[in-house]
Design a protein around this ligand. Structure first.
Ligand code: NAP
Ligand code: G4F
Length: 339
């Protein structure tokens, strides 16, 4: 019988962590996730795959831990001995990183170092597994570098979040080169879904549109409508993350759709999907959503991912908007989304 692989996921309660856990369970992995202790339940995205603590042949395990706590990370890696670690945990909100830069650097930047140090020490102290490592890098690294960006494009981070991710990116490359760790950076462009956090712009828009359609809100307050992003569908991106660790050699990959759209285009598409005319009547500007330094335009040159991973984004912009609007409308008992 084939030996099951074990994976450890930080950030398992997040959008991506939940899709990745589902994907790996489907592939027959034993999946371990790190969750933060919270005073309220924080597992809503993974409740549907949660298995009772006492279930037979349990394949999904949750452990308390925090990327700011090196001891626990180290202990978990030594105890679980995973084949693959996916480091998805982060303070992942760009706007918020301007308010809490030190915390963001600690968790999003140093958190990666803590995991890599624990992998290195596990290997050096005779650990039997050659643990592979995936780092959730971000297109925010490119910042003001003009699009399309690829693996060779220079980084110009424009937020404390992006600076922390730049540290994590370079640390991942350094541990690959210095210690021979199979470590990959997935430089992912924005990817969205019905599980996207409600303060990221896409979900804020689809949720707001649905609330307006249901008569619960009169206005939707947004910041910069001119920013452009390469928005793809999150579950597909987790397949790409997994593929990176299945290659013969570790490397870094840009993952996106190759198209950018403005926030304004997203707003227009979302109101149209909900069948609401005249979006301008509902959308108001609020300067609190502006960032001290903005990233104006990101879209990916994905030739390497297509060539090496045989990966390509499938879900198109308009379909992504409709999936998200339909989901948020349904919550209010509204079933129809315009074709
Ligand atoms: P998300 O929904 O915000 O999830 C972040 C996860 O990190 C959550 O599980 C969160 O736990 C956890 N976390 C936060 N602080 C932590 C800490 N101190 N210790 C341990 N875990 C912590 O983010 P996502 O959209 O799934 O993104 C996953 C990763 O990819 C992140 O690293 C993000 O920066 C990166 N990324 C995302 C995108 C994108 O478009 N989605 C693009 C490029 C890169 P709680 O649930 O307890 O808050
Ligand atoms: O949805 P956003 O907050 O995502 P952002 O900043 O692009 O970051 C996301 O994608 C990154 C990948 O490139 C990830 F690394 C990161 O973890 C995160 O998942 O904002 C998108 C754009 C920005 O230009 C922002 O200024 O939308 C603009 N925007 C306009 N009004 C707004 C709003 N963003 C938010 N969150 N809220 C607004 O009201």
């Amino acid at each position: 019988m084939a030996i099951k692989k074990k994976a450890l996921i930080s950030g398992v309660t997040g959008q991506d962590g939940s899709f990745l856990a589902e994907l790996l369970l489907k592939k027959g992995y034993e999946v371990h996730g790190i969750i933060r202790r919270a005073s309220t339940f924080n597992t809503s995205r993974i409740d549907h795959i949660f298995q009772d603590l006492h279930a037979d042949k349990k394949m999904f395990h949750l452990h308390h831990g925090d990327l700011a706590d090196a001891n626990t990370i180290r202990r978990l890696i030594q105890k679980i001995e995973p084949d693959e670690i996916f480091n998805l945990g982060a303070q992942s909100h760009v706007r918020v990183s301007f308010d809490i830069p030190e915390y963001t650097a600690n968790v999003t930047g140093l958190g990666t170092l803590r995991v890599l140090e624990a992998i290195k020490d596990y290997g050096e102290s005779g650990g039997k597994k050659k643990i592979k490592f995936y780092q959730a890098s971000s297109s925010e690294l490119f910042g003001s570098t003009p699009p399309p960006q690829n693996e060779q494009s220079p980084f110009h981070p424009r937020s404390p979040y992006a600076c922390a991710k730049a540290f994590a990116y370079h640390t991942t490359v350094n541990y690959r080169e210095a210690y021979g760790i199979f470590a990959c950076n997935g430089i992912l462009y924005n990817h969205e879904s019905v599980r996207r956090g409600e303060t990221f712009v896409t979900r804020k828009i689809t949720r707001g549109v649905a609330r307006i359609a249901a008569g619960l809100d009169k206005k939707l307050y947004l910041g910069n409508l001119d920013a452009r992003r390469d928005w793809g569908y999150a579950p597909e991106y987790m397949e790409a993350a997994w593929l990176m660790l299945q290659q013969a050699k570790p490397s870094d990959y840009v993952i996106g759709t190759g198209e950018s759209h403005s926030v304004r285009e997203f707003v227009i598409a979302a109101f149209a999907a909900a069948g609401i005319d005249n979006w301008k009547k509902y959308v108001e500007f609020d300067k609190r959503y502006l960032r001290p330094t903005e990233v104006n335009d990101l879209y990916a040159d994905t030739r390497k991912a297509r060539r090496v991973l045989k990966w390509k984004a499938k879900t198109k912009f308009k379909d992504l908007v409709k999936i998200m609007v339909a989901h948020d409308m349904k919550k209010h008992g509204i079933d129809s989304v315009k074709k």
